[in-house]
Write a protein that binds this ligand. Structure first.
Ligand SMILES: C[S@@+](CC[C@H](N)C(=O)[O-])C[C@H]1O[C@@H](n2cnc3c(N)ncnc32)[C@H](O)[C@@H]1O
Length: 317
């Protein structure tokens, strides 16, 4: 395998942060929320100045004329791109040598961001798709049903990737009962890494996921999305940062999973709401019980009771 997985061995002392006073804080593990424009806040954060951020998840405004509480989501394209390149550059500079960065972005801007991050020396590890089924109806063009989840890393090989923490049942096991998938040697019997198109139970923003909904946050990302990113690309004690905190999903899941976290949000009201959510804890993600769901779309093949029993025994051995 091309990647290495190193669990954090050094326990870092809690930082007292930066010249800029955080708006809200939690401890154990440390969490800081800042209010302001991330382009102004980021350069004032000590860990950003020192390139000590292990993982960044960024879900910026898409320039879709959304009625954000404060932010103007309707810039001329060239201005939006300047804004985008500015925050991207600050984030690239904040990463550790083993650090990773994820950007959640629609079709409109994905290509520009990929080209820009490559030009800044980051390596593209995966171009994932978050498939959702709540896109607005259209006429004369297809309905939007995806956002790009771009996974970049400072180093292609020396980066955190915790395979064992994000496995899901393989279709070969759940649907086709293929004996080859029950191979114990790899420690992944009947399981595999998720594919690069993400969907399934609790991956919707609305359908099937109302329990997670926060009032006034129509851009909220599902908990399981951040669970996958954070479990895969960081270790306990690592520092996770989100420059566009919104309803707080990144801070919420990072905190639950024992990571330190920094979130920046332009709107004070959103920051208050995010902080309250983080304090209350996730609806479904729990540190000691990783979410494991099949994403198979076909009904299990009828292979007979005996074969199923034999394979079940084999996978328990
Ligand atoms: C797409 S939403 C993020 C949603 C978030 N991922 C969640 O799960 O709730 C973008 C957020 O970024 C905030 N924002 C916009 N421009 C910003 C900036 N320059 N600095 C910091 N926050 C900003 C908006 O107020 C909005 O809450």
């Amino acid at each position: 395998m091309a990647t290495t997985t190193k669990k954090s061995t050094t326990k870092r002392a809690p930082s007292n942060g930066s010249a800029l006073k955080p708006f809200k804080t939690l401890s154990n593990p440390d969490l800081r929320v800042y209010v302001g424009d991330c382009r102004e806040v980021l350069p004032q954060i000590e860990e950003v100045q020192r390139s000590q951020v292990d993982l960044i998840f960024a879900d910026p405004p898409f320039n879709w004329k959304r009625a954000y509480d404060k932010w103007d989501d309707d810039m001329p394209d060239d201005e939006y791109l300047r804004f985008t390149y500015d925050w991207l550059d600050l984030c690239v500079g904040a990463l550790t040598d083993r650090g990773s960065m994820w950007v959640n972005i629609p079709d409109d801007w994905a290509a520009e961001i990929v080209v820009h991050l490559k030009s800044r020396g980051l390596h593209m590890v995966n171009w994932c798709i978050w498939h959702y089924r709540f896109g607005q109806n259209t006429s004369g063009r297809f309905i939007n049903s995806k956002v790009h989840a771009l996974y970049f890393a400072k180093s292609r090989k020396d980066r955190t990737f915790n395979t064992q923490d994000i496995l899901e049942p393989s279709d070969r096991a759940t649907t086709y009962f293929d004996p080859r998938t029950f191979n114990k040697k790899e420690g992944t019997s009947g399981m595999r890494l998720p594919m690069d198109v993400w969907y399934g139970k609790y991956w919707g923003r609305i359908q099937g996921n109302n329990a997670e909904r926060r009032h006034n946050h129509d851009n909220q990302i599902p908990e399981v999305y951040l669970e996958r990113v954070i479990r895969a690309c960081s270790n306990e004690g690592d520092l996770v940062m989100d420059p566009f905190l919104g309803s707080g999903t990144t801070g919420l899941i990072a905190h639950e999973l024992g990571r330190r976290a920094i979130g920046i949000e332009y709107s004070k009201d959103n920051a208050v709401s995010a902080f309250e959510r983080i304090k209350a804890g996730p609806v479904r993600v729990k540190k000691d019980t990783p979410t494991v769901h099949t994403t198979a779309i076909f009904a299990p093949r009828n292979v007979g009771k005996k074969t199923k029993e034999r394979l079940a025994d084999q996978s328990r051995d």
